[in-house]
Design a protein around this ligand. Structure first.
Ligand code: NCD
Ligand code: ZN
Ligand code: ZN
Length: 344
């Protein structure tokens, strides 16, 4: 097979940033995706319904002429979040999910949650109205090895929270471990997960072997090969509660190639071609559409897109090395091997 047509994909975990960066990176997503769950970790964060409405307007204003793209907004959960504001934002259709950042776990998470008991009231409202909680699932305890932080989070935070708030719909975002795969599979219909492109294609050697590779550094950090294999097996299996969330996370070049490199891979321009490569290698191209275009809408209770997108296979493609933005150049992530598929 050297051509495949899919329902137009959605990206269930995306960073669009703001201002000049937003303007620079939005076209890459709008070119391939119909909708995206837009992360709220701006500085300052998108906390209230009012913040989300204003951010949504800025995204729509930054869209290229004629683009058909719908941002699905999220609220950044804090210990002061007002359950009434969340209820109203969901009822009006303004927000599609609420995002949990454990305080200090990742980029711009300082205003996140330290004590889950302090957000219990908000979570109970969300369970009542069926509003999903998107979770950055890593503990922040300095004593826990960074490669273990996801698995420990599942045991210490995620599972107790789901037991304490029955019916809460949860998306385990950007899962990276065999432990997360097992927990997802053992869960019921209230539990879903997203996987990124880089976690399907690379293991931790891609950060540390032969030099230090900042453009492969993201959080949760890439793991061992056996974890990557578990993610690929899950994504390509047709399992219904897993879907694409690229976590495309642009940072200007000077923040990546720095003494302290910012976490995040800018994958939006190459994500779909890379996924076709992954699914083809598993003889699972017939299941790519479920992962990119069907499972996510099913979990979120939205219709799949009617529009279609076609990918073709040919000679290795040469994506742009970087995208120029008003906030500086952003390096386009590369899997470090030839990619033969692209959206046409
Ligand atoms: C994200 C970012 O840059 O905002 N970075 C990342 O490494 N994934 C934050 C996040 O999704 O955790
Ligand atoms: Zn995250
Ligand atoms: Zn993210």
């Amino acid at each position: 097979m050297d051509e495949i047509t899919l329902r137009r994909p959605d990206d269930w975990h995306l960073h669009l940033r703001d201002g000049a960066m937003l303007e620079g990176v939005l076209p890459a997503t709008a070119a391939h995706f119909a909708r995206a769950i837009v992360m709220p970790n701006l500085v300052p964060p998108v906390i209230t319904a009012e913040d989300a409405a204003a951010y949504r307007d800025r995204i729509i204003a930054a869209l290229p002429e004629g683009a058909a793209f719908e941002p699905l907004m999220t609220l950044y959960l804090t210990e002061d979040t007002d359950p009434g504001d969340v209820r109203a934002a969901a009822a009006s259709g303004l927000v599609t999910a609420v995002k949990l950042y454990p305080a200090g776990a990742t980029t711009n998470s300082a205003s996140g949650v330290r004590d889950m008991d302090r957000v219990r009231g908000v979570l109970e409202v969300m369970a009542e109205i069926g509003l999903p909680l998107c979770v950055h699932g890593e503990v922040t305890d300095r004593e826990i090895d960074i490669f273990d932080r996801e698995a420990v989070f599942i045991d210490r935070v995620l599972d107790p929270t789901r037991r304490a708030v029955p019916g809460l719909r949860v998306v385990m975002e950007h899962i990276t471990t065999a432990e997360a795969v097992a927990y997802l599979k053992a869960g019921d219909d209230s539990l879903g997960a997203t996987i990124t492109v880089q976690h399907l294609m690379l293991n931790r050697n891609a950060i540390l072997a032969g030099g230090l590779w900042p453009h492969n550094y993201c959080l949760p950090v890439l793991k061992r090969e056996r974890h990557r294999e578990a993610l690929v097996a899950l994504a390509t299996s047709g399992f219904e509660r897993v879907f694409l969330g690229t976590d495309s996370a642009p940072h200007p070049l000077h923040k990546k190639e720095a003494e302290c490199c910012a976490a995040g891979c800018f994958t939006a321009p190459v994500a779909l071609g890379c996924l076709a490569e992954v699914f083809e290698a598993e003889a699972a191209l017939d299941r790519l559409e479920a992962f990119t275009s069907l499972n996510g809408p099913r979990f979120y209770g939205l219709p799949p897109n009617d529009a279609r997108i076609t990918l073709q296979k040919g000679a290795p493609i040469a994506p742009p090395a970087r995208v120029e933005t008003g906030a500086g150049p952003v390096t386009v992530w590369s899997p470090g091997r030839d990619i033969h598929w692209q959206v046409v």
